[in-house]
Design a protein around this ligand. Structure first.
Ligand code: UDX
Length: 479
């Protein structure tokens, strides 16, 4: 169990093992959690896959953090997009088998060495980590990296609401209310991984959610650490009986929260990818609140048709834009659109800036950014709130629909592309995106309202949110 990076000797008896699912959206909040735990005197060992470790252009060297790796059998990486549900099932079972063996040996070894772990925190999608810890009598907590609202909906689904929610998604008619949530949900607001169907591209993940909730059901009052804060989702945090949801977010680099550590801008999403390097200068050259920032997260692929419509909308709205198009982000099919896109390339580069990756937290905190066109991944959602940047919510799948609903209806920080405007091919056309951009970037009443609310949430997340979550985490550590 040699540690690739281990610094600072800790004399505190609290030693936490953090086991996370190998994805950007898990490691980002997990690293921030690790830093906060360390600042509270806890020694943290973070366990990641070898592939994830090798991918990191800058290895995190956080004093007090030990980074450990294990092989999930896919050291060259695994993409859910190249295989189908069956490939994912195989991947998930290898991850579980090898991960379980590794942590079983690790926990046992450390106990024998007289340096036992005192708690295991595991992120969503690795429920097997809890099972190993339970057998070894090690207390656990789940790190829920999505909204508390999503937790409540999924919990209901597995506790008597399965048919109701499935029927609602299929029938697409009147709204559904979930006990304890002050939200009226339409079909397009429910997490799409709950729709089990061969045509649903995200149903591969359903069995892992099912297993996760079975694991929670076996525990008495399980602890779930949620990357949210009290004022943001007060009802959702209390909507599930028998689960102790503790808000500990926003898990964002401290420099962006309170400015107490301005040097600490690291690991705000750029841990797994090298960032392009000249976008900050480009942003510096733009007027205040004039830039449209566009990003669909670390995961999602876009069709060429959809990319073309976004390009048209951005050119049509006549504002500078910074657009993240990751390598291999655009699906290969679509010859005709490819030609059109390559004809547009020059003009796109002249009017805006396209990068393969950037530090999103840095971009969102830049004064020239006026609006965030986002796929509404939960990390991006939290980052937009903390930065006070109004959004055009453009959800694609998974929990993003629910997050978009919260952004538009609960917190009122932006406008969502109208789900009814999605055409039969699943494409949002340029006119609809233009409409949303014109509202959010314009000077009308709606623009004023969303800007005001975005500022309100910026203050709340940094002050009340950060403070109360810090208190909660401290109580958990000392509890
Ligand atoms: C996935 C799911 O898609 C999402 O719905 C779920 O809530 C979490 O898991 P992902 O699509 O990667 O997440 O989105 P998100 O949660 O927003 O995480 C992306 C992270 O990458 C953010 O922290 C963002 O700051 C970072 N990022 C993205 C960058 O730092 N630079 C970029 O150029 C793009």
């Amino acid at each position: 169990f040699a540690t690739p990076s281990s610094t600072m000797v800790h004399h505190d008896h609290r030693r936490f093992l953090l086991v996370i699912y190998p994805a950007q959206s898990h490691i980002n909040p997990a690293l921030q959690l690790a830093k906060r735990l360390i600042s509270m005197g806890v020694h943290v060992t973070l366990l990641i896959t070898l592939h994830m470790y090798r991918r990191m252009p800058n290895k995190p060297s956080i004093p007090g953090l030990s980074l450990l790796t294990y092989s999930d059998g896919y050291d060259a990486g695994f993409s859910v997009f190249t295989g189908g549900d069956e490939d994912y099932r195989l991947y998930a079972s290898e991850l579980k088998r090898r991960g379980s063996e590794f942590i079983d040996d690790l926990i046992t070894f450390r106990a024998k060495e007289g340096e036992p772990f005192t708690c295991l925190i595991y992120s969503l999608l690795v429920p097997w980590a809890h099972e190993v810890a339970r057998d070894l009598q090690l207390p656990t907590a789940l790190l829920w990296i999505q909204a508390a609202t999503v937790m409540s909906i999924v919990h209901r689904y597995f506790h008597g609401y399965e048919t109701l929610i499935s029927d609602k998604i299929k029938s697409k008619d009147e709204a559904l209310t979930i006990p304890g949530l002050n939200l009226s949900l339409s079909a397009c607001d429910v997490p799409t991984f709950l729709l089990v169907s061969p045509t649903n591209p995200v149903s591969f993940i359903f069995p892992v959610f099912e297993e996760q909730f079975q694991v929670l059901d076996k525990e008495t009052n399980p602890i779930v650490l949620v990357n949210t804060f009290e004022a943001l989702e007060p009802e959702a945090l209390r909507a599930v009986d028998g689960i102790n949801m503790i808000p500990i977010g926003p898990l964002i680099p401290s420099a962006f929260l309170d400015g107490t550590d301005p040097a600490d801008t690291s690991f705000g999403g750029d841990i797994l990818n090298a960032t392009d390097d000249d976008y900050v200068e480009w942003l510096d050259s733009k007027a205040e609140s004039s830039v449209v920032y566009v990003s669909f997260g670390s995961y999602h692929e876009l069709t060429k048709k959809q990319t073309l419509e976004i390009a048209r909308a951005l050119l049509g709205c006549n504002r500078p834009f910074l657009w993240v198009i990751r390598e291999k982000m655009i699906k290969v099919e679509g010859k005709k659109e490819e030609e059109e896109l390559s004809c547009m390339e020059e003009i796109l580069k002249r009017k805006g800036k396209i990068v393969k990756w950037c530090s999103q937290v840095k971009v969102l905190s830049h004064a020239s950014v006026g609006c965030f066109v986002t796929h509404c991944g939960w990390n991006s959602t939290m980052e937009s709130l903390v930065s006070g940047v109004p959004v055009v919510a453009f959800p694609q799948w998974s929990d993003q629909n629910t997050n978009a609903k919260l952004m538009e209806d609960a917190w009122k920080i932006g406008v969502r592309v109208n789900p009814k405007a999605i055409n039969e091919e699943g494409i949002v056309e340029a006119e609809e995106l233009r409409r949303c951009l014109d509202i959010v970037m314009g000077s009308g009443e709606k623009a004023k309202e969303v800007r005001k609310n975005a500022q309100k949430w910026k203050m709340l997340s940094r002050e009340e949110g950060h403070r109360s979550s810090d208190k909660n985490l401290r109580a958990f550590v000392n509890g």
